[in-house]
Design a protein around this ligand. Sequence first.
Ligand code: SF4
Length: 425
Amino acid sequence: MLGILAEHGFEIVENEEDADVIIVNTCTFIDSAKNESIECILELSQYKNGGNCKALIVTGCMAQRYKEQILSEMPEVDAVIGTNEYDKIADVIKELDNDKTDLLWCGAGNPDEQNLPRIRTTPSYTAYLKIAEGCDNHCTYCVIPSIRGMYKSRMIEDIVSEAERLAEDGVRELVVIAQDTTAYGKDIYGEYHLPELLKKLCAVNGVDWIRVHYCYPELVSDELIEVFKTEPKLCNYFDIPIQHSSDTILKKMGRHTNKAQIVGLIERIRREIPDAVIRTSLIVGFPGETEEDFENLCDFVRKIRFERLGVFAYSREEDTPAYSFDNQIDDEEKERRRDLIMMIQSEIAEEQNTEKIGSVVRVLVEDKDEIIKSYYGRTYADSEEIDGKVFFKSDRRLTPGEFVNVRVEQAMEYDLFGAECDACE
Ligand code: SF4
């Protein structure tokens, strides 16, 4: 949307108080995301009362899901644009300028992503690269397939040419995303093509790191693991959301894997790639999750010792099968279970980080914290925004986006601390 607006001559400003038009791009995946979106809309609507702002537009997943309610219950909102019509953003603003209001653009559009201009909001050295949209998995707790539709892959050559443009623009790290990256290609090529796509992306000059998010466990094939093993640019960072370890709960969630398959996959990855970092996410408090199921999950987390882990309390979402499942668990109990898993994991994370003291890690420099006079950055094991950082001293003047070696001297549960050094061990 930023790219389209710039192309139509709109000026993008940094602060909301300077804006004539404010656009809130929303999420609706779980309750907390929805609440955050609503709070943000209400907070920004204040700029319409006596401020500069003449129009407030809500876009994204919450807009698509609750279009009518947003317009009827939030009078401060002037237009709602759904996930399939965001390419109409400039037209909508022009209509609002003609004194039209309460506009609803939530149809079944199909934006031509390949030819849409792009302005990135991530730091200059890193960029998300979306390879597909939608999902066919239909996990019973998830609203995404009903909002985003069926899985739709982009063509390999389109993705690669976008990667080339990003590299020419100074991007050193590509973060490959989709609702399920492992499903890539089946809809357009008749077979899964993520390994082939990744090989082609690794051949793009100028890119140093390629990171892949959201792999569905069932689809992490030997061929895919082999590509990770052999392509040095591919970060050995496996983001594989498994959601649970109890077979009963996995089945109720509509997941296609069981505990034995998940354990087998993790063993395979660790055997083939000893420095693999495995990230997963879990849902606790799913309807019918017994104390026994939960204990099963706690034991699993203790045994597997994931390098990275996120835990969510189950969010009961309308229009999903799990919404009407029996034995919903109360919020307090869900929070208790989430906190317990986080406690188990934080001990594991601290132990794993402590083991790194004395080693040398390769770090992508992000910036300098002038208050503590320390540079910071990330290793291959840390993804932007969700993982920890490495804080380090250096006698040199470093630039964001360059790579340095850092000797680790101290560790906390999520962050490492050290100093720049010459050689990599
Ligand atoms: S794979 Fe992810 S996006 Fe798809 S239905 Fe399941 S949770 Fe939702």
